[in-house]
Design a protein around this ligand. Sequence first.
Ligand code: ATP
Ligand code: MG
Length: 561
Amino acid sequence: MNQFQITPAVDATQEFIEIANDFSNPLDLVREAISNSYDARATKIQIAFDVIKQYGESVLRIAISDNGSGMNSHQLQNFFDLGNSTRRGDSTTIGEKGHGTKVYFNSAKIEVETSSNAQGFHAIMDEPFKKLHNRQIPIADVIPRNDIPDGTKITILGYNNNRRDRFTHKILKDYILWFTKHGAIENQFRQNDTPVELRLKGLGQDFLENLTQGHTFPNDSPHINKLFEQHLVKAPDYYVKKILRTGSLKNRPEIKFEAIFCIEGKYAKYSYNEMLRRPGYSPPEGAYTIQERYGLWICKDYIPIQRKNEWITFKGSEYTKFHAFINCQDLRLTANRGSIDNTPSEILQDLQQETLRIYDEIIKSDEWTSMEWLEDEAQAYQTTEKEKKNFEWRIKKVNRSNVCTFNGLTLVEPERESGVFSIALLLSTQIPDLFPFQILDYDTHEGIDVIAKGNKSTPITSAKLFYVEFKQTLTGNFNHSFENLHSVVCWDTDIKHDDYVKDINSEERKMQIIQPDNGDYTRHFLDNPKKAHKIEVFCLKKYLKEKLNIEFSPRTSHSIF
Ligand SMILES: Nc1ncnc2c1ncn2[C@@H]1O[C@H](COP(=O)(O)OP(=O)(O)OP(=O)(O)O)[C@@H](O)[C@H]1O
Ligand SMILES: [Mg+2]
């Protein structure tokens, strides 16, 4: 066989389909259109979405017009070409790939009316989507016209199979102010040479709304003392401090970046972003959470491309405090502009390092300390408030509690273990033989227990020592061991005669309640026939009544204790 050559060919229809479908988010159309109008130096842009009736069917109509440079015949050719860009090599424009308008091919009709230097054209392309899928290159019919004002008007019918859920006015507005040139963060670094007016009418809205140029940031909050005075515990959520940084990459000083880190509390975010979900607010269709939207965005052309929270934070949701962007014109985007992953990894690494440096500097800065101070203050305030509430609750409780007087002492009916202990201690100092043990030492670390001596006359060194446990209510599950347990002192018990009580070692003991005979008191024992010692349970409620005739009753309005 003779030597021969191969000229690689392009399957044109397939490539058109690939590129048109590669823009996966239907809103990408809006971003591409706005970029093209900005590239044409327009100062007025209008975007209107409507649903019109055609042969009884609902058809989505998107009309984008601008007063930019318009297109000459060559540029109009580029408009329909794939990969031919009039903007290539111009560093002042966004366009570079000749891909953008191909997103329009995913439609039933494209109509372009454009005029450059008083020479106008009217181009119509019918059924681009259908034709491409029939492996036909769709043709645009062009009529020269000189009655068209300078600028461009593009009308797209039946885009994306007429799906229209993403084109509500609020979703569009949010998208434009976050992800298109009109919402670019550039205005934070320099004044726009010529302001651009963009008017939008999305679905569900019947008038054009003027969208202010540039991404929205809240104003810096007032001095922290004032902020705290105004919002108290919510003060950290109202904190705003915008920090701008510019620089160049360490290993490639020719590559510049510009960054804006806005430290922003959640209420500050709510104040300007109606799309944020929050408690007690029914948000518009397409709403999102702070976690879903905020953090650090990497930008090209000052338009956010990809979020990289992992560049600044390693754990948790610390990133939600930031409304941050870093722009670098040396990033290379994928064909659909959805990611920065075509950028050489050394550049990305350097940029990440710079970002981290800014982040580190910020969290060591006075601004960050201010916010942390507010958070601490808020917490302290909250604790004080809690204690105040707790105090009020305790006062109410004091008024509700049962009391009694004994030997000139006012005793309060215990409501917890510590109360049982106090009353037992108090009474046993008054009446030394109230209990058949003597308290030597107590510990409140894991519940209240005391070390006691059973026989009061034996010196400590030779006496056998035991535990005595205190409980508000003795129940069937005893959370200590019966081993070395002399007695239990409780306020009350729900254990009935012959019921079992189990300790932490699963030793079971039977409750024995012995009714008093003449002058004695009702005795409670926890009995195990295999063990010599019966554990006595002193149920103070009954015990104090029977032994000392102490009975508790509610405080009256005359009570002085
Ligand atoms: N609104 C407009 N005004 C003037 N010219 C336009 C407009 N929209 C598109 N064009 C022309 O159509 C061409 C193709 O646009 P397209 O968006 O596909 O590519 P691009 O902007 O050059 O590059 P990119 O793919 O990066 O957007 C542009 O280069 C420009 O000449
Ligand atoms: Mg473009």
